[in-house]
Design a protein around this ligand. Structure first.
Ligand SMILES: Cc1cc2nc3c(=O)[nH]c(=O)nc-3n(C[C@H](O)[C@H](O)[C@H](O)COP(=O)(O)O)c2cc1C
Length: 225
């Protein structure tokens, strides 16, 4: 698959087949993704890859405490700014509406929304769950580098015929994750990443999040051709 196809075929997959992904494939993806650039080449990413019984154990920790949903242990960072301003808030609302509509969950169906949200903590059925963290001393430039690493993982996954979904939702279970991974206190969990084979028939995988037209966010000057 060339890079153009990898970019255009990537989407946030929220239902996976149980088909396992070999450790060697995950290692290939995570190692190759480290070719992602980072300011000063500091490479500020830390990844934990879980599968099999270990992944089941983590999922069971969250599953055991459904009464804490949706807030879990409380987010460790603001996933969005407190007052998400326009046009960002509208985009966020629209993508949420499209997601729930795809699975027939109405706005009034709070239980249905929680049920879907809880699927985050099953890694949407993916056979591999990645947890991505970064040293707490790092600032916005290094968080941006981590984002570049994550996007590279997502595109390399496409090269292996796999799909992914980023999962900031995992910050709501950061304490559980820290003790489960025995992560040193100088690291902060950014997100999870579900990795596996997409279920091509799942309703939730049928829609695509829209994007603003190019001229809404880019301007061009001085070109001659
Ligand atoms: C870092 C990151 C974290 C995300 N966290 C979640 C999440 O917790 N749950 C979820 O369902 N989607 C999550 N998403 C997916 C976004 O909602 C999705 O990327 C966006 O709506 C655009 O859709 P697309 O990825 O299908 O193009 C996350 C994406 C990124 C990049």
């Amino acid at each position: 698959m060339d890079v153009l196809d990898a970019v255009s075929s990537r989407f946030s997959c929220r239902d996976f087949l149980p088909t396992p992904v070999p450790e060697a494939t995950v290692r290939d993806i995570l190692a190759a993704a480290a070719r992602a650039p980072s300011g000063g080449n500091v490479q500020p990413w830390r990844v934990h890859a879980l599968a099999g019984a270990k992944l089941e154990q983590l999922k069971a920790c969250v599953r055991a405490r459904p009464e804490l949903l949706p807030r879990g242990e409380g987010a460790e960072y603001d996933i969005y700014p407190r007052d998400l301003k326009e046009p960002y808030e509208t985009r966020r609302r629209q993508v949420g509406a499209a997601l729930y509509q795809s699975i027939g969950v109405t706005r009034a169906d709070r239980a249905g929304r929680y049920r879907q949200y809880a699927r985050n903590f099953e890694f949407f059925g993916a056979p591999v769950g990645l947890l991505l963290s970064i040293d707490r001393s790092m600032g916005p430039p290094q968080w941006s580098d981590l984002g570049g690493y994550i996007q590279t993982v997502m595109l390399l996954a496409r090269g292996h015929g796999l799909h992914t979904c980023g999962q900031e939702a995992w910050t709501h279970w950061h304490k559980t994750v820290y003790s489960f991974l025995d992560l040193p206190p100088d690291f902060i969990l950014f997100c999870g990443l579900a990795l596996g084979h997409a279920d091509p028939d799942a309703a939730i995988n049928q829609w695509r999040a829209p994007r603003e037209p190019l001229d809404a966010f880019a301007s061009f000057e001085g070109f001659e051709g």
